[in-house]
Design a protein around this ligand. Structure first.
Ligand SMILES: [Zn+2]
Length: 91
């Protein structure tokens, strides 16, 4: 977690932990032809397998741009006045 002081209020940056939020979304694009793997939530293995199979079918296609998306949430720190109001409001 990262802590920063912004506009005189303390905020904390962390990983999004809301129900249903993926820990990551993984994908890859072939740099030779632009073919794209089906993005997957939480697991990168299916994308890796897709890349291997893609090269197996197209032996000259060996470079990929892999993408991993992560989600963050900023929350008020203990001394931040938004903490009390957030506690009363469902997110
Ligand atoms: Zn390709």
């Amino acid at each position: 977690m990262t802590r920063a002081i912004i506009a005189a209020a303390d905020w904390t940056l962390g990983v999004e932990t809301a129900a249903g939020a993926p820990t990551g979304i993984y994908s890859a694009v072939c740099l030779a032809c632009g073919a794209q793997a089906q993005p997957t939530d939480n697991e990168r293995l299916p994308v890796e397998v897709w890349a291997l199979k893609h090269t197996g079918r197209n032996p000259t296609h060996r470079q990929f741009k892999a993408t991993a998306e992560n989600f963050w949430r900023v929350t008020p720190a203990e001394d931040n006045p938004y903490r009390a109001s957030d506690a009363q409001t469902p997110t």
